[in-house]
Every structure is written in structure tokens, then in C-alpha cells.
Ligand binder design. Structure first.
Ligand code: ZN
Length: 275
């Protein structure tokens, strides 16, 4: 193998200030030296669809034109999915339907798109959902099923229950914090298997949350998100702070792709070689 296999996990709406104390298993991996946690500042506006585009193309919302959640069209790319698929890698996603709309087909048609299996699409294997309360435990099983069936080179996983709790109860609520704690526990069931299968895992969020039960602006609680790095391909003490728009390009480097996306080489272990 000439490249890493990558899991890109986007926990929607998870503020850094909650992630830094609520994700007990991920923090245990940090204490053990297998993982590391870094603060990351989101681009603006701190809204979901614009930042999905940032996380997957390296473009800011101003650059991409995906300025708010109602811009329903395909990405103008290039995206991490498209670059990987064009290079002959296997791509998969268990994600909210806006991901299907940005990179596969727009508008989303649940009967056509919810279960996607089409090697000609940027996301070849998809399990897309369209309710914000679609349970995170179901979503993780969807992702695990994609991994077992297709051994994707790039697997994108995107749970929504933390963001959903934030919109119902706000940043400073037990419900929001408990949604994050629940996800961490659910994830701990799968992470050891995924690491044993050889995956390098990057876990982050699009934006945080505020006490008005929303997000979109420049408050620290809306903009500061976690970046967990898990695996030996990463440099866990980067000399330069990473930017949100550099994550797609950094993962493209791990996947061995030719690309022109902005990247943060300081996040990668220069001594690591694929097995
Ligand atoms: Zn939201």
C-alpha cells in the first residue's frame, strides 16, 4: 500500500469547550499517547453546509459560494471525495443528506440516494439520512457496515445528535453536554476495531453552539471546535496550529492524492510509512 486509509469523522455542532471535557474515551487515548487534541477555529459563517464545503474542499464559504444552509447545489470542487474517486480509491460516507447534495447528486431524493452504491459517483458507497434526530448509534453501525463491506480508502462519518441537542437546549445545557458524552461512549465501541483495520482517524466538528440555541457568528463557543488526531501517521505535537480549511488537503496528502488544496504538513508524521 502506498497511502494511508483514512476515517474522517465530523461530529456536527460540537464546541471545543464541551469536547475538551466530555469525550472521556477520546481523552483517554490522548493520555495514553495514541491520540492528541487540538483547538481549531471554524471559518465564518459558523454554519453547517458552508463548513462541510470548507472541510471537504479547503475553500472558505466566501470562496465556495456555499454561504448559508439553503444553498442547495453541487460543490464546484475539487473535493476530497472527487479527488480520491478519480485516483481510483474507494470512497464511502455515512452522513447527513447535505453531503450527498454537495458531492453526489442535488437535490437529494431519499428513495434514490439514501442507500448509494455507484462507483462512478464521488461518494461511491453512501448511507445518507435526512432527520436531525437519526440516532447516532444507528449512524455508527451504518459506517461500520460500509467499512466491513467495502474497506474504503476514505470513510467519512457524520453524526447529527450533538447539534440537534444544542438547537433544542443550548450550549450550557446538560442535554447538549450529555449528547457529546453519549457519542464518545458509542464511538469507543468501534474505534479499536477501526484502528486495528489500519485506519488513521481525524475527528473534528464544523462549528460549535451558543446559548441562543444556534450558531453562525464569531463567538468563541460558535467558532472553536476540537481536532482529535488518532494514529501513527499524524504528528501529535505540530509546530504550527492547523486551520480548518487545511484539513481536506492534509487528508489528501495522507491518501497519496495529487491536489492543489491548502494543507498543513505539520500535522503529518514525516517518518511514517504505510505498512
Ligand atoms: Zn446546527
Amino acid at each position: 500500500m502506498t497511502h494511508a486509509k483514512v476515517i474522517y469523522l465530523l461530529i456536527d455542532g460540537l464546541a471545543y469547550q464541551v469536547a475538551q471535557h466530555s469525550m472521556g474515551y477520546l481523552l483517554a487515548l490522548c493520555e495514553s499517547g495514541e491520540a492528541s487534541l487540538h483547538p481549531l477555529q471554524s471559518e465564518l459563517p459558523s454554519l453547517s453546509r458552508p463548513l462541510y464545503e470548507t472541510l471537504l474542499t479547503g475553500q472558505t464559504p466566501v470562496q465556495s459560494g456555499i454561504r448559508h444552509n439553503g444553498v442547495t447545489r453541487l460543490s464546484h470542487g475539487p473535493s476530497l471525495f472527487g479527488l480520491a474517486q478519480q485516483a481510483g480509491l474507494v470512497t464511502a460516507a455515512a452522513a447527513y443528506h447535505w453531503i450527498s447534495e454537495l458531492y453526489n447528486r442535488s437535490p437529494y431524493d431519499a428513495r434514490r440516494d439514501r442507500f448509494t452504491q455507484d462507483p462512478s459517483l464521488p461518494i461511491q458507497y453512501g448511507r445518507f439520512y435526512h432527520q436531525d434526530h437519526y440516532p447516532d448509534d444507528h449512524l455508527l453501525i451504518d459506517a461500520d457496515d460500509l467499512l466491513r463491506r467495502h474497506q474504503p480508502d476514505l470513510l467519512f462519518i457524520h453524526p447529527m445528535n450533538v447539534d440537534d441537542a444544542g438547537h433544542q437546549f443550548g450550549l450550557s445545557s446538560p442535554q447538549y453536554r450529555n449528547a457529546a458524552r453519549r457519542f464518545d461512549i458509542l464511538l469507543s465501541e468501534f474505534l479499536p476495531d477501526w484502528r486495528a483495520a489500519g485506519y488513521q482517524i481525524l475527528i473534528t466538528s464544523d462549528h460549535g453552539m451558543n446559548d441562543d440555541r444556534t450558531h453562525g457568528g464569531s463567538l468563541a463557543c460558535e467558532r472553536e471546535v476540537p481536532l482529535f488526531l488518532l494514529g501513527e501517521a499524524f504528528n501529535h505535537s505540530p509546530s504550527a496550529p492547523p486551520r480548518q480549511r487545511e484539513l481536506a488537503g492534509t487528508l489528501a496528502d495522507l491518501l497519496g492524492l495529487e491536489h492543489g488544496l491548502p494543507a498543513c504538513p505539520a500535522l503529518l508524521n514525516p517518518h511514517w510509512r504505510p505498512a
